[in-house]
Design a protein around this ligand. Structure first.
Ligand SMILES: [Zn+2]
Length: 339
């Protein structure tokens, strides 16, 4: 039942029951209340007859061996290193085949370690016209590094990508999806246009703010010492193309015994349903939005997950105004919109 329908029904019932004027006023005030509920991204909300502009990217985080060394706890396991080799040697070509079948160019975020370990596969990515973005060297956590260490890793990663594509990358994904307090400055100093690691919105890009400050609770101290609100600094030029744990294949589908098991045995049909629901809600609620899925060749390169991606693509592809493209194009387009 729409708001108008319920209003009419309430009005009719109210009149029949001889309801007071204040009750009728309450019924009529519903739209006014709704109008007061606002978000910073309302300009992109769906309007009747609005033209849909929905950008979709199945962004690939290569991770491969570097993921097992830097993040997933497999640094001492020959078996896990071979899982990383699977990602590079088997997973990447499978995803490339999928994208070629669909006729789309997507974005691959490549750790320097993967670039140097899998030169043939990296060449296939570049030859396919896909974007290559930066993603650390050994999937190391930026929040654990000094400014100098983080800068050295970033410079090495930029140089390696430049070697393949002839151009410096415009986009970055932080390993762990973690920033240090220096990350935004380091990216801006190197002319990055966008990052794709933060989670302040889910479907609309925005500009990152430096100096996000929050206070942790210290139960040993009086509450006055930590009852302090969170503050954010001014916007920077750096765009954020939203990331989300609910749009990532790794938590449900990657088994990691060193980390207490992790996922790996979720039903792909259940996760695919969640991804479809997220797409459907976004499509209904916004005229402009971005739908950026995060996949890994070692995870989505597995047979059952490849089939899930095929079904998801078929679902999304059938909607008007949907464009599969690179995240660089999404960022460039959003910059134009907000210039
Ligand atoms: Zn990664």
């Amino acid at each position: 039942m729409s708001i108008d329908d319920s209003r009419r029904k309430l009005l009719k019932t109210g009149l029949m029951a001889g309801a007071s004027l204040s009750l009728l006023a309450a019924a009529w005030s519903l739209p006014a209340i709704a109008g007061k509920i606002t978000t910073p991204t309302d300009r992109y909300r769906a309007r009747p007859g609005g033209k849909k502009e929905i950008y979709v990217c199945f962004g690939v985080h290569i991770d491969a061996v570097s993921g097992w060394i830097g993040t997933y706890g497999g640094q001492d396991s020959i078996r896990d290193i071979t899982r990383g080799l699977f990602s590079g040697e088997v997973g990447i070509p499978r995803l490339l085949m999928l994208f070629a079948r669909w006729g789309v160019q997507q974005t691959f975020f490549a750790p320097g370690h993967s670039i140097e370990t899998f030169p043939e596969q990296m060449k296939m990515i570049a030859d396919g016209g896909h974007e290559i973005g930066a993603h650390g060297y050994t999937h190391e956590n930026p929040a654990s590094m000094t400014r100098q260490q983080e800068a050295t890793v970033l410079d090495k990663s930029v140089a390696l990508i430049k070697n393949i594509t002839g151009q410096a990358p415009t986009g970055y994904v932080a390993p762990f999806w973690e920033f240090s307090k220096n990350t935004i400055s380091l990216l801006l100093e190197r002319d990055f246009i966008y990052d794709h690691s933060m989670m302040q919105h889910d479907f609309i890009p925005y500009r990152l703010r430096k100096n996000l400050v929050w206070k942790k609770i210290n139960y040993k101290k009086a509450p006055e010492a930590w009852m302090i609100p969170t503050t954010q600094g001014p916007e920077t030029k750096l765009l954020e193309i939203p990331a989300s744990w609910y749009m990532d294949d790794l938590p449900p589908f990657q088994f990691m015994d060193h980390l207490g098991g992790g996922g790996g045995y979720s039903d792909p049909y259940v996760i695919e349903k969640m991804w479809k629901d997220r797409f459907d809600w976004m499509y209904r609620e916004y005229d402009y939005a971005v739908y950026t899925l995060t996949i890994h060749p070692g995870v989505s390169g597995q047979a059952q997950n490849l089939l899930a991606l095929e079904r998801l693509y078929d679902h999304i592809h059938g909607h008007n105004g949907v464009k599969f493209t690179t995240i660089n194009e999404i960022a460039t387009d959003f910059s134009r919109r907000t210039a």
